[in-house]
Design a protein around this ligand. Structure first.
Ligand code: SF4
Length: 482
């Protein structure tokens, strides 16, 4: 008689059904977890990742393949660099850890490199925990090469494999991230450093769970070591990266993830995400799970093109960016926004509605002034040298301008907004003929959002500018300590 099904095995069985028969689960890595934590409200991604669905294959089957992911060239280069850094028993790697993180300790002359091989991820996780326990008790430099850690994600275990974990003589543990992007004069691309820091934060969270089980608990250091090629060479250089902020954010976001069981319970019994299903059935299955698309998905999720198309088709304001979505409050579609701006709907006491109407008034005023100027020029030219062109009414000129500015979207109010969502330069033209222009340019630009709230026509009319504050913040994220 088969053993009674527990809640855990029932969930695993259900997730396997969702993945499709005979399809192996795709393991969650720290990169995917960091991306998942960046959009905790997306149930679609949570259930697909939890079920181990290959989202790259799914996106291709849906007809919206994503360019997201690492190139084969980058992978090969990264692996070769990592092997070089870890050669000779990890001597160079340990020297860098000593130099950047623990100069007060004795130099690592001969480090332990325990064997972590075991059967299956559960076996490797147990072997890693044992090695960490022994190394901490021994109080000697120890290098764990590709240890395996487990982290509970929305009620399901995810197995993670950091590049290395170093145990210090004082019993502290450090996560090491080895990347193939270069560090030039001691600093690297802030966006790449930020991504590496978010990834390392996931490893630190998993390590903390192991550390808490030790008696006394071990200390997981919140400065990780980022190792990169030095100035495009094959030589390794490193920097200590403070990941306290990323760790706190990731922990909070992972805690907010809806439990997989709750999401699975809301889905129809026969739903399946196998890429081998006919396109129509597969699309219906994916659409059955709610998603919260944001432009950030384009750099974090394989399904981004599919979700963006759906979001635009539905006229959802989420495709304009999270900041705009937050500013618009209860106005969830572009149609609602246009109706509010034109005074056809919406409560005038609502600050978002009031701001939209004010933006519409400012735009109408600007158009009137432009008309008057065009008419003045036209009139002067006509009196100086009458010709067929010069007698064209200003209204006709304005209509011509309107058509040029709006283009194919002229018939479609949503089209006037959508193009501006992710392209600050394109955001200028489409908005020219539409009161929501004050909304669209702000999609990616915090300054424009401020402008919306402040009724500032100057700021609203300069959508393409990137906020210096935002730029500074981006640059600061996960910046290496020097
Ligand atoms: S692309 Fe789609 S599935 Fe992926 S996180 Fe964004 S909304 Fe969710």
């Amino acid at each position: 008689m088969p053993p009674p099904r527990t809640r855990g095995t029932a969930l695993r069985h259900r997730l396997a059904e969702l993945r499709g028969p005979e399809i192996p689960a795709k393991a969650l890595d720290a990169r995917a977890l960091a991306a998942l934590a960046a959009n905790p409200g997306c149930e679609r991604r949570a259930i697909l990742d939890g079920a181990g669905v290959n989202k790259t294959a799914l996106a291709s089957a849906l007809g919206a393949p994503s360019a997201f992911g690492q190139s084969q060239f980058a992978l090969t280069r990264g692996n070769a660099f990592e092997a070089r850094v870890k050669s000779d028993g990890g001597a160079e790697l340990l020297r860098l850890v000593h130099e950047k993180l623990n100069r007060g300790a004795e130099p690592p002359s001969a480090a332990e490199v325990p064997d972590l091989t075991a059967i299956g991820p559960e076996g490797r996780t147990a072997r890693t925990e044992l090695a960490l326990r022994e190394a901490t008790a021994a109080g000697a430099w120890t290098l764990l090469d590709h240890p395996m850690l487990a982290l509970d994600v929305a009620g399901s275990p995810a197995f993670l494999e950091p590049d290395a974990v170093v145990v210090h003589p004082d019993g502290g543990w450090t996560v090491v991230e080895i990347k193939s992007f270069p560090m030039l004069d001691g600093s690297a691309d802030p966006a790449k450093v930020g991504a590496a820091a978010r990834q390392a934060a996931v490893y630190v969270l998993a390590l903390e769970e192991v550390a808490a089980r030790l008696d006394p608990p071990a200390r997981v250091r919140h400065h990780v070591l980022l190792v990169c090629p030095k100035d495009f060479s094959n030589l390794a250089t490193a920097s200590a990266v403070d990941i306290r902020k990323q760790r706190a954010v990731t922990a909070r976001q992972l805690a907010r993830l809806t439990r997989l069981q709750d999401i699975a319970d809301t889905l129809p019994e026969d739903i399946c995400f196998s890429p081998e299903l006919p396109g129509e059935k597969l699309t219906a299955a994916v659409e059955a799970v709610p998603a919260t698309y944001a432009p950030e998905c384009l750099s974090a999720c394989e399904l981004a093109f599919h979700c963006r198309d759906r979001s635009r088709t539905a006229g959802a304001v989420t495709s304009l960016g999270r900041s705009v979505r937050a500013e618009l409050g209860g106005l969830t579609t572009v149609e609602d926004v246009l109706a509010a701006a034109h005074g056809r709907a919406g409560d005038p006491a609502d600050p978002a509605v009031a701001a939209l109407r004010r933006a519409a008034e400012l735009r109408a005023e600007a158009l009137r002034q432009a008309d008057a100027r065009a008419f003045g020029r036209e009139g002067t030219a006509a009196s100086a040298a009458p010709s067929q062109e010069s007698t064209a009414p200003a209204e006709a000129l304005r209509e011509q301008d309107s058509a040029a500015a709006v283009g194919p979207g002229a018939e479609d109010p949503t089209a006037a907004v959508a193009p501006g969502a992710e392209d600050p330069t394109a955001a200028v033209a489409p908005g020219a003929e539409d009161p929501t222009a004050a909304v669209a340019p702000g999609a990616e630009d915090p300054t424009a959002v401020t402008a919306l709230g402040q009724h500032n026509p100057t700021a609203a009319a300069a959508p393409g500018r990137q906020s210096p504050t935002a730029a500074a913040a981006t640059g600061q994220e996960g910046a290496p300590c020097r």
